[in-house]
Structures are given as structure tokens and as C-alpha cells.
Design a binder for this molecule. Sequence first.
Ligand code: NAD
Length: 441
Amino acid sequence: MSAEREPVGVIGTGYVGLVTAVGFAELGSDVVCVDIDAEKIARLNRGEIPIYEPGLAELVEKNRERLTFTTDISVALDRARLLFVAVGTPPTYSGDADLSAVHAVVGAMPASDRHALVMKSTVPVGTGEAIKRVFAEQGKSGFRYVSCPEFLKEGTAVSDFLAPDRVVVGDDGDWAGDAVVELYRPLLVPDEGGNGPGQLVRTDIASAEMVKLASNAFLATKISFINEIANVCEETGADVVEVARGMGLDERIGPKFLNAGIGFGGSCFPKDVTALKQLAGNSGYHFQLLNSVIEVNELQKRRVIGKLEKHLGTLIGKRIALLGLAFKPNTDDMREASSLVLSARLQAAGAEVTAFDPIASEIAAPMLRGVTLADDAITAARGADAVVLVTEWQEFRDLDLAELRSVMAGDVLIDGRNALDGDAAASAGLRYEGIGRRALT
Ligand code: NAD
């Protein structure tokens, strides 16, 4: 990679910031990573990776000499023109995005004609224009602004960054937008392995902001849609796995995000769907469809309780084992994980809950009051009346179902992700029930 690659600053070293920083370093840039969390920066400087993300540690190690980790934003301002912002934008009580971290970064910028903020954080449409107004009011109108929303997925974040479907750049048509496009240029042409090309969408700032929110809202809608189909399948005798396979072969529909289950979670979908609903509401439009998407998702998490009661009667005093806690496999992220609602509901119904997750247990522990955490799946299931698969980690797909059955007190297996072989479970003596599928015994 050429030595003249543009140096960059990345503000916020969470999932998005760290992956973005390491990705640009891999493409040849020197990258200054800034975070207000001094402990996180100290750990990164010791070579520790504060989050679990496959392939990330190796890539940090490989590009160590191109990466600087600091709490001092002036280091980034000295060395780079482009400052990528990847701070958190969590939901507030009203459902609007909390932009306080973004505003803290904006406030820390000096008057400069040579710098640009490049927004990777997911923000409401209109944020870019509002920030430009703030810059103007503060006599910093030379500071450029670019919207460059991020589409990486936790669990495959590194490969998503290096092989994006698309790169969206929203800007005012000045040097900053051009420089961001140049940074991404190597990902916009096929690599030696024939991957790519990622498509470039260069547009205005508001449209770029909306691409991100609308994409997540659409994917969430697809999930709630197939979950409702699953619920109707249960009433009518159809099998949602077969239905989704048949639907997904239509290229207008596509097979992805048609896996029925116990609902979506994570740091993005619930927050971004709610933020878009709020954004619409704040601008005078009632986004009826998104209300339903959110409501279906909430109810879907709770349907497991009804399934358990169908098999076990009252849950008072029953022992239920949860396999998987993270909101999806290959991440330790517990934000808005379905396991949180499920374990709380089970305990409220009087059940005793045990659980195991291959990676997320330590992070989950303080969030799961009253839940006994086990060191492996079989220990979690020992003495359980029912086991619920919550997160479809590969090791659960590979479970020896006969062994699972042998350690359980009962025989109920609820497959909340339709990830297990129902026939194999029935052969192992389990009463198997997925989501939107016929129950097997
Ligand atoms: P995160 O919580 O993992 O990381 C945010 C980081 O920003 C933290 O390390 C925090 O200490 C730091 N920070 C907060 N205020 C700061 C400040 N003033 N200066 C410097 N650092 C500061 O968040 P994340 O999951 O990486 O998400 C970041 C943004 O990207 C959010 O807007 C999110 O919606 C969006 N996004 C996330 C994903 C994802 O899968 N996680 C995907 C696409 C987009």
C-alpha cells in the first residue's frame, strides 16, 4: 500500500471506531485513535482489545506501528485533516438519539479551514446541517462536514469494513468529501481476490443520514414481518423455514433477514428504528409501520413464555436454562439483547433461570440479577425442566442433543432461533419446538 495515504483521526474507539481505525491502517493510513475513556486507551496501548470481534486483535497487532491511541484530541488535529466521529448515540427516554457525545466532539473542534468532521455515528437526519450551523455561529465555518454512515455488522465487522457493499458519502461537494472517497477508493475496486467492488453513493448530507436509518428500519421490518408470518404458521400448520426458503428465492425479496426467531436486539436496530420513528414524529409525520415493527419485536421475545407454559404448566419453581445471552453470535454485545427481557420475564413468572454464553457471560453478569451463570451449556442445562436456545452460537448448533437430554430433569427444548435440527432433537428424546414450526416430540 502506498506510503502517501491520508492520515486520519478517529474519535471514539468502540466497535465502530476501532474497526474503522484498524481498517484504514490496514489500507495504509497512519491513524490517531482518540477516546475519553482513559482506561480503554491504556488497555489499547498495552495491546489489549477491549471488545470481542473476530479478526480484530490480529489486525491491530499487524498494523500496530500505524496506530496511535490517546485521550488527547489535539494529537489527532495535529496529524490529520479528517476526523472520523464514532462516539455512541444511545437512545434517550424519549426515544430520540442522545447526541451529547457528538456535541462534545463538535465543541472541542478549533476554528480551522483545514479540518473536516466525518460522521460515522448514526445520527438523526438534519444533524449535519445543525452542526454546520453551530460551526458558523462559533466562527468555525471553515470546518468541513461529511456524513459517512457505517454499515458494519458486529461479529463480521472487520470483513464488512474491508469489503463493503456500499460506501455512502454525503457532503457539500468540497475537498473533504473528495478526501473521504479517496480513502475508501481501494475498497471501491475489486481486490486481488475478486471481492467487491463496493458501490460509492455520493450524495447530500441529509440523504446520507437517511440511508443509514432507513436501511436499519427496513431490515428490522423484514425481521418483524417474518416473525409475524411465523406466528401465523404456528396457527395454521405451515413451517416458516420452508416458507422463508420459498420466499427468499424471489430475487426481489432475497433470502437474508428472513429467519424467524425471538426478535431483534443489539445496539443498532432497536435504537435506530425508534430514532427514525421519533424523527418522523418530531417532524409531524406518524410512521405507523415502524410502530408495529417495534411492537411485534417486543411481543416476540415474550412468546417463549407462552410456549414454555404450554409444555410445563406454571413456571413457578421450574428451572429454565438459556443458551446464549449476547444479542447475536460472535459478539459480546449485550445491548438490547433478547436474553435480558426473557430472563426477567421468566423470573417474574417464578422460574429459576440458569444461563451460559461462550463470550458474553462476564459482560452480561451485572445485567442478569438472579440468574445463575454456568461455565458451559451442559452445566447450564443440568437439572433444567426446559432449555431455550436464545443466541445461535455455532457451539450450540454442534451440541450433542442426547447428552443435553441426559442431564436435564425435563425434556423441553425451545429453539428460539430455528437453529437446531428438530428431528435430531426428537430422536434424542426431547420435546422440540422452534418458532413458526410444528412442535416435535
Ligand atoms: P461504543 O459505545 O462501542 O463506542 C463509543 C466510544 O466513544 C466509547 O469508547 C466512548 O468512550 C467513546 N466516546 C464517547 N464520548 C467521547 C468523546 N467526547 N470523545 C472521544 N470518545 C468518546 O459505540 P459503537 O457501537 O462503536 O457505536 C458508535 C456509533 O456508530 C453509534 O452512533 C452507533 O449507532 C453507530 N453504529 C454502530 C454499529 C455497531 O454495530 N455497533 C454499526 C453501525 C453504526
